[in-house]
Structure formats: C-alpha cells, structure tokens
Design a protein around this ligand. Structure first.
Ligand code: PHE
Length: 464
C-alpha cells in the first residue's frame, strides 16, 4: 500500500496508497476471510441452533453489513487518516462534534481485544498443521480426534507457544510494512483454500449425512418464519448473528476504514464491497456445509463450541487418500487466512499510534503487538488453568468474545452508519459513492433508517 503514485486524489493519505484496485479488494478479502468463516461461523451457528440463526445472519450481512462496509470505506477514503483522525476530521468538515472520534477509539480497542484471542486460535491452527504432518489423524476415530483436541488445548505451554509464534509473525510483517507480500499471499491463499474446502465438501456429500447437515443449516422452524413466540431463536442469538455478520466482514472496528484510507479515488466502493461480501459469505456457508454433515456422521454435538472445526475436519482428512498432505496444507492455509486478518485487526491501532504519537511503524507494531500478546494469555488459559474461572459471560475468552462481538462491533457499526447517513452531507457521500442514482438512494435509505433501526432494535431486545 506504500505506493505514492496515487493519481489525482483530493487528500493524500499519510501512508501512501494501494497500488491498484485489485490490491485493495485482495486486502479487504484477506481481512474478511479468516477464522471467522471457517472456525467461528460453524460453531456459533451450531450453538444457536442452525437454520433460523443462519437466516438472520444472512439478512444482517445484506441489510446491515453491506451498507456499513460501504460507509466505512467512504469515510476512510474521504478522511485519508487512521480511523480516529478520519472521524475527527470529517466531523469538523461537516460541522459536527469532534466527539465522533470516539468511534475510531472503540475500533482501535476492539481490534486489540479481538486479536488477543484470534491469535490464540490461529496458534491452534499452526499447532494442527504440525499435528497433521505427524500423521496422528490418519484413520483416527471421532473419540481419538476429540481426545487429541482436549489434550492439545489443555496444555497452556504449547498453546501459549503457538500464540506467541503467531503474534511474533504478525508483528514482524506489520512492522516491515507487509502490504506487497499481503497481496501475493491473498492471491494464492483464497483460491487454494477454496479448492481444499471444495474437496472436503465432496467428502461431506458422500458421508451419508449431507441432507441432515443441509437441513440443520437451512431449515427454519415455521414458528420463526411466522415470527410467532414459539420460535426457539432468542434475542441473544439474533444479537450473536448480528455480531457474527460484523465480525466476519471485518466491520464495526475501523479496519476497513483504515484500509479505505489508502484507496484511490476512482475505485467503485459499491462493486468492491459486493465482491468482498459475496466471497466472504460463500466461504462461511461452504465451511458450514462441510462441517455439519461430519458432525452428524460422527455423533458429535453441533453446539460443542470453539473446538468444533478441530474435531471434525481432521476426521475427514484422516479418511482421505493423501490425508496427511492435505490436512497439513489446509491448516497452513487457514493460518495464512488468519494472518491476513490479524494484519487488518492490528492496523487501526498501529496507524493511530504512528500518527498520534509520531512513532515509526516498527515501534508502533511492537508496542501494540506486545500488549495484544499479553492480553492473549487470558484466552490461552481459558481452556485450561482458568477454565473454571467464570464470570459474566463465562471464561475470559467468552467475555472478550461477548464484549467485542455483541457490544463493541454493533455499537461502533451503528455510530459509523449514523455518521455516514446523517452527519455527512448528501453531497459528500454521493461524491464518494460516485452516484446520485437509484443505487445511491437505496444505500442512503439503508444507512439512514433501516440499518440503524435494525441494529438498535436487536441491541435493545437482547439487552432487556
Ligand atoms: N473478518 C475476520 C474473520 O472472519 C476477522 C476480523 C474481524 C478481521 C475484524 C479484521 C477485523 O476471520
């Protein structure tokens, strides 16, 4: 992104620009596609009962996620600063309160908190790459794979080491300004991951339980379709679906805003956002379609929680010809996917420290990285030594999840879309979105009314 030949921009970014529209799409896709799609979506959908949750999640992605993403990109590009400074600058330009910068601050902290546990799970995937290579999963039974998982997460020294390794890799590349490497990584990783996912899907289709998996994911109880009180979906699950939509699209924390700051003026925000939303949602659905049939075929519990992927996919690989090879490659690719997301998670904080405290990129990455690494041990220990220390939403890991997914992301998302819809003038947003036609009016309708009311409605109902 540090390419300074940015065409005829109105305001220059302090960090340079993406070299092309494709780089931006790839970087945003890299941030969106990650553990959220393959690890989190299936387990959260499983915990919240499947079908009805998935439907609400899809609605949230389209009706709320897409307009928030567009708003983030347009604010970032117009502000050309880190999220905190961009919000401050634009609110001044639009004649509004400078307190809007707090939205950026929430984002910076949400990124730090999310990465603290994200890195732990990414560490698990690194550990699983090594495990796969050792051949432990070949022909293993469901019990053996589950026992392997339990043993693994209960040893904090190993998972702590994996977390440290992942954070170190992230800090190292972020400090050096990784963006060119990022482009190559995403270009290769997303298609490769997709091919392996399709191979696994083939395995699931043949498991004899595909129909059951499909129905778990997509059949919505009639009571829910009729919005009757008997519908088993709780408001907390609806909030979980909204939170998952934010998380998986990387929105509501300023990271897309930070990336938008490096976007050349002529790129279409609408088409870029659509491409990213479609790719991201497609991969999540694919992961669900692969994992749930395996869950049912092996008598596992879909509501099993964060270990779901680690207890299902190795089973499929274990049965496959060349399973050792494919399984190892799969977990390496998943670590890559997590790594391109980790870089996005840390970017708002790093950009903010660089600009606000005049630090170099290297110093800022190291500082923030060490802080995140330290907080991350709360999540490492949530699966072993501190597993029984439960308060509010559960373990430390559960609480960080709850706070970020269900409070910080929806709240910052709400403020971002209110800012784009109400504070920014029609002229400014139309200028960025490059249109005043029907599509623009539709975005504005979503941004001013439908999305904010939707978010508020879900938050209010879930909290009371
Ligand atoms: N969207 C990423 C994923 O699904 C996680 C993420 C959230 C990345 C927020 C950046 C910002 O894995």
């Amino acid at each position: 992104m540090l390419n300074n030949q940015a065409g005829e921009e109105k305001r220059a970014s302090l960090h340079g620009h993406w070299s092309s529209k494709m780089t931006f799409i790839l970087a945003v896709t890299g941030s969106a596609v990650g553990l959220g799609n393959i690890w989190k979506f299936p387990y959260v959908a499983g915990q919240n009962g499947g079908g009805a949750f998935v439907l609400v999640y899809l609605i949230c992605v389209v009706v709320i996620g897409m307009p928030v993403m567009m708003s983030e990109i347009l604010i970032g590009r117009r502000g050309r600063r880190n999220p905190v400074a961009a919000m401050e600058l634009l609110s001044k330009e639009e004649g509004s309160s400078r307190h809007w910068r707090w939205v950026g601050v929430i984002g910076v902290f949400a990124g730090i908190l999310i990465l603290s546990y994200y890195s732990v799970i990414a560490g698990w995937t690194l550990g699983y790459a090594v495990k796969s290579a050792s051949g432990v999963f070949v022909g293993a039974s469901a019990e053996a794979v589950s026992a392997e998982y339990q043993n693994f997460v209960s040893d904090w020294r190993i998972t702590g080491f994996c977390h440290t390794l992942f954070m170190a890799l992230t800090i190292f590349f972020v400090a050096r300004g990784v963006e060119r490497g990022l482009e190559q990584a995403v270009r290769f990783m997303v298609p490769a991951l997709l091919i392996l996912m399709l191979a696994l899907l083939g395995y699931s289709i043949n498991s004899g339980y595909f129909a059951q998996g499909l129905s778990f994911m997509f059949s919505v109880p009639e009571s829910c379709m009729a919005l009757a009180p008997e519908c088993p979906l709780t408001w907390d699950s609806v909030l979980a679906a909204l939170g998952q939509a934010f998380f998986t699209l990387s929105i509501g924390m300023g990271c897309i805003m930070a990336y938008g700051a490096y976007l050349p003026d002529e790129t279409s925000i609408t088409s870029t956002s659509s491409a990213v939303v479609i790719a991201d949602t497609g991969i999540a659905i694919l992961a669900g379609l692969t994992i749930f049939p395996l869950v049912f075929a092996n008598g596992l519990d879909p509501a099993d929680g964060p270990g779901l992927v680690f207890q299902t996919l190795p089973l499929a690989f274990g049965q496959m010809a060349g399973g050792i090879f494919f399984s190892t490659i799969f977990f390496i690719l998943l670590s890559f996917a997590a790594w391109t997301s980790a870089i996005a998670l840390i970017e708002p904080a790093v950009a903010w420290v660089v600009e606000r405290f005049s630090k170099t990129r290297a110093q800022a990455s190291l500082l923030i990285g060490i802080l995140i690494w330290f907080i991350g041990f709360g999540s490492v220990l949530s699966f072993n030594a501190l597993a029984n220390m439960e308060f509010l939403a559960g373990t430390i890991f559960d609480n960080v999840n709850y706070l970020t997914d269900k409070i910080m992301l929806p709240l910052a998302g709400l403020l971002i879309i209110l800012f784009a819809g109400w504070v920014m003038s029609r002229n400014s947003t139309a200028d960025e979105l490059g249109s005043t036609g029907r599509l623009y009016n539709f975005w504005r309708l979503l941004a001013r009314f439908i999305a904010p009311i939707g978010i508020l409605f879900v938050l209010a109902n879930a909290i009371t």
